[in-house]
Design a protein around this ligand. Structure first.
Ligand SMILES: [Zn+2]
Length: 915
């Protein structure tokens, strides 16, 4: 699976901060303010709003302004009925308490009149999103309570905050707990990494082994004892006048969602739209949770530095079980990145830190989703999720749903369920607020209705870009755990929809084509492709797999001009068969090497994107460029790099291999994604070796993979210098852009390639390696593998030659290649001399260099007999050293003697020289 981040320039519209009265004067009256939106989140201007005091019957009326907002000030405390109406919308009625201590804040959604046939229980409207009262109180700050502080220290895991002097102003309690404070004054934040891999990473980012940052402003959000800690050591004080501005600035930072993310960090923190208030609410609702602490520093050198200590996972948007993180957000800056991401330091002390820690809150077992797509590409859907909580007492559930898809209603049986989904340009993640505490392992069902656009985009010529591949439905733990799916789609009948799983039914409904897709084998993610496709199908007797091919007759619009200028009518569907044959050969080969795949079917489908492919279980998206022959590509692009041609050759086997690497066997955390991408790259290499007549392409493939790893960028950095592949996506930094793709893929591939070489046996060939791979798939079938669990499989299958340390462990290998960054060089010097008996004496030495003294490797030597390479044996090398002279009597004279001839070891240089 390739995940791409579009890197377009973000234009942040000037956001007008909501006008909050900062007055601290006591008052006996209260206020109501709110915003009125339609079901898609757009504000409604000029709606009539009335507020009636239920006790006195007195009523006031106003209308929404140009931002859809309304306000009622100086209201008597008590219960009110608020009615909102606008032409063409159904009237909405809400009940709310006016409390003089804090403003009542409402968000009202109006349904378009006549769109919903369903009669609501009691005749009232459904629950308005974002209307839950505790959530509303978290969204607004209310009156602040201020304490003066002096040399106060807050220590949380590896981070220490010292408030030298200044004031902390707290917002009022919600559900009896104070959860947010603003500091203005003089403070210092320091962090010393708990583990060396993080210290090294930090050093790459800021050229220091620890963080030491001064700040004048900071916001703390917490559900731990922070309030009591500060209150006890501080002195009650008059308000700090700047606190309100800092809070507003903070809200702007965490509540603004960019149109497209410019960096991984921005993608994780703001584009994926974590709702800070919802995350706080989750803890308030479940007192059994360990409290969290987060600090947002407006630092002197680093203006947006965020420190997280969260037992449920520091960065929820990342597949990472780690609880502690320090993130610097600065998308255009050189030092942006996740500076620190580690387990609690106590876990390292106790030796319990593990990538396999389970941070899930619920486990979805089954999704039943009915989706309709209309002629304009708008998607309307109802999803029923069957799930079980993995913990007790939670009420807030988070889903991966594209913010453009607006939730209109959530129900459980006939019960309306409250939910949170802020407008799509804000912190728009979707959460459900369950009415009562969820019980661990009990089974629940929930229905979610949503609609919107931007899931599919018409690319012309019957081609559609299907985006939002994990968020077109309310996914939970996508890629992390598995569920069965029952998917029904209704689309305009001229289009073909290709789903995951197996098609069990298709029928017509007027102008719509309907189809139902069921997966009995649990899948980690579900999706579909869409277009005016021509379909082909073949049955492979060897693998008992059905291989389907879907391609369009016409090019997408953006390519048509170039195709016409090149003078050619190009029909992608003409190459459908080729893609299917490559897929068939890949399936056969990988079944042989890794074991049977369970799905029974694979659809090879064309997507309009030119330069990447993607793989979902049973469904492969190939780039349109894979449906052009080499002449057409040449004509279209006016010449083409050989690398692109090679990418086209490798993309089909790579994506087919993801059926095993990523789907049958998933990855446990971001550290372990090399088990997916690297293994898929290794598999593409196998494909070249098996399908090409000579080993030429295969050797070039590994040479090119090596180039990717060691080629310097404009700052003189090699991808390999960005850090160990275990750092996954964090390898991408300002000075090592693209290092994730240029390292995790090829070096991950090399790691398997090296194991294959080390396990090779002259008698049994690759059998030992293949046995290991079969076992790896079998023991992780429909589960996630971690680097550690893969290592255990390697150790189970290790051969005597691999036991360099004599302890039946592969630590030496994993420390060097997975957790390390060293790359060796090799030099072989040899002589060949005739013996009296007609045979030939080979004498040779091998030198390893460029490494540390403890670096160990097993390096094979080959004999070249007229172009045919024969493996002579292998040398074991430790540190920068030269072997003693080997002597071997050969039956005949080889043309050459070669070290590392199959790129068996990832090295920066190999020299083989006859003296
Ligand atoms: Zn991939």
């Amino acid at each position: 699976m390739i995940r791409q981040f579009s890197l377009s320039i973000l234009v942040i519209a000037a956001v007008v901060c909501s006008a909050l009265s900062a007055g601290a004067r006591q008052t006996a009256t209260g206020s109501i303010r709110g915003i009125v939106r339609d079901s898609l989140g757009a504000v409604i201007v000029g709606a009539e709003v009335s507020a009636r005091n239920d006790a006195t019957g007195s009523s006031r009326t106003t209308s929404t302004n140009s931002e859809g907002r309304f306000t009622f000030d100086t209201l008597e405390p008590g219960n009110y009925t608020i009615a909102v109406s606008q032409t063409n919308f159904k009237q909405a009625e809400l009940h709310s308490l006016v409390d003089p201590r804090r403003p009542t804040v409402l968000e009202v959604r109006l349904e378009v009149a006549g769109t919903r046939e369903k009669v609501e229980v009691g005749g009232k409207g459904g629950v308005a999103p974002n209307s839950e009262s505790n959530y509303r109180h978290l969204r607004e700050d209310g009156e602040l309570e201020t304490y003066a502080v002096n040399n106060l220290t807050i220590k949380r895991d590896v981070g220490t905050i010292t408030l030298h002097s200044g004031h902390v102003s707290f917002v009022p309690p919600v559900l009896g707990r104070v959860v947010r404070g603003v500091f203005v004054g003089s403070g210092q934040f320091t962090l010393t990494p708990a583990i060396s891999v993080e210290r090294n990473y930090l050093h790459r980012m800021i050229e220091k082994d620890a963080v030491d940052e001064a700040f004048e402003k900071a916001v703390f959000c917490f559900t731990d004892q922070t309030f009591d800690e500060i209150k006890q050591q501080g002195q009650p004080s008059a308000g700090e006048p700047r606190a309100r501005d800092v809070l507003n600035d903070f809200h702007h930072r965490v509540r603004t969602r960019p149109e497209s993310p410019r960096s991984l960090v921005e993608y994780l923190l703001t584009y994926e739209g974590e709702n800070v208030d919802a995350e706080i609410l989750a803890d308030l609702f479940n007192p059994k949770r360990d409290g969290f602490f987060t600090a947002y520093f407006f630092g002197r050198n680093f203006n947006d530095l965020r420190y997280y200590v969260r037992p449920r996972g520091a960065i929820p948007q990342m597949l990472a079980p780690e609880e502690v993180a320090l993130v610097h957000l600065d998308p255009a800056g050189e030092r942006e990145g996740i500076w620190y991401l580690a387990h609690l330091s106590t876990e390292y002390q106790k030796g319990t830190a593990s990538s396999d820690e389970d941070k899930r809150i619920i486990d979805v077992q089954h999704y039943r989703i009915e989706t309709a797509i209309d002629n304009s590409g708008k998607l309307t859907a109802v999803a029923e999720l069957t799930f079980s909580p993995t913990v007790d007492g939670d009420r807030l559930l988070s889903f991966g749903l594209l913010p453009n898809l607006r939730v209109t209603r959530v129900t459980e049986s006939d019960r309306e369920i409250n939910f949170i989904q802020e407008p799509k340009k804000e912190d728009a993640s979707f959460y459900i607020i369950w009415p009562d505490a969820l019980v661990k392992e009990k089974q629940y069902k929930v229905n979610i209705e949503y609609q919107g656009n931007k899931v599919i985009e018409d690319a012309g010529g019957g081609n559609f870009a299907v985006g939002a591949r994990t968020s077109w439905y309310p996914s939970v733990n996508a890629f992390k755990d598995r569920a069965t799916f029952d998917l029904t789609f209704k689309v305009p009948s001229r289009y073909t929809l290709v789903g995951v799983g197996k098609q069990v039914k298709s029928w017509r409904e007027g102008d719509f084509a309907a189809s139902q897709w069921v997966s009995e084998v649990p899948l980690a993610v579900a999706g579909f492709n869409y277009g005016v496709f021509k379909k082909k199908e073949l049955q492979d007797a060897d693998t008992k797999y059905v291989i389907e091919g879907y391609a369009t007759a016409e090019l997408p619009s953006y390519m048509r001009g170039a195709a016409e200028r090149a003078g050619g009518a190009m029909t992608p569907a003409a190459l459908n068969q080729n893609a299917m044959i490559d897929a068939q050969n890949s399936m056969r080969l990988f079944t042989l090497w890794f074991g049977e795949a369970p799905y029974g079917r694979i659809a090879i489908t064309q997507q309009p994107q030119f330069n990447f492919g993607q793989s979902w279980p049973t469904l492969v998206y190939l780039p349109i460029s894979a449906y052009l022959d080499s002449t057409q590509r040449w004509m279209l692009l006016g010449g083409i790099s050989s690398r692109f041609t090679e990418f086209i050759q490798e993309v089909t086997p790579h994506e087919v291999a993801h059926q095993w690497w990523g789907h049958i066997v998933g990855w446990a955390s971001f550290h372990d994604q090399w088990l997916s991408e690297g293994f898929a790259d290794f598999s593409a290499g196998l494909f070249l070796q098996a399908t090409e007549k000579t080993s030429d392409k295969y050797l070039k493939y590994w040479d090119r993979q090596r180039q990717n790893i060691v080629e310097k960028n404009q700052w003189g950095n090699r991808p390999n210098d960005a850090g160990p592949i275990w750092m996954g996506l964090r390898l991408n930094t300002y000075k090592s852009q693209g290092a994730y793709n240029r390292l995790v893929y090829p070096k991950g591939g090399y790691i398997l390639h090296m194991l294959r070489s080390i396990m090779y046996d002259r008698n049994s060939g690759d059998k030992q390696f293949m046995d290991m791979m079969h076992d790896f798939v079998k023991t992780h079938f429909n589960q996630n593998a971690s680097t550690e669990s893969f290592k255990r499989v390697v150790e189970k299958h290790m051969t005597p030659v691999m036991d360099i340390d004599g302890n039946k462990r592969m630590d030496w290998f994993f420390n060097e290649w997975v957790y390390g960054t060293e790359l060796p060089r090799y030099r072989l010097e040899y002589t060949l001399s005739p013996e009296p008996d007609g045979k030939v004496m080979l004498k040779m030495t091998i030198t390893q260099s460029g490494v540390s003294e403890r670096f160990k490797m097993i390096v094979p030597v080959y004999l070249d007999f007229d172009g045919k390479l024969v493996r002579l044996g292998e040398a074991r090398l430790i540190g920068n050293s030269t072997t003693p002279e080997f002597k071997v009597k050969l039956p005949q004279k080889p043309k050459r003697v070669l070290v590392n001839a199959f790129h068996d070891v990832l090295s920066t240089e190999d020299v083989s020289q006859q003296k």
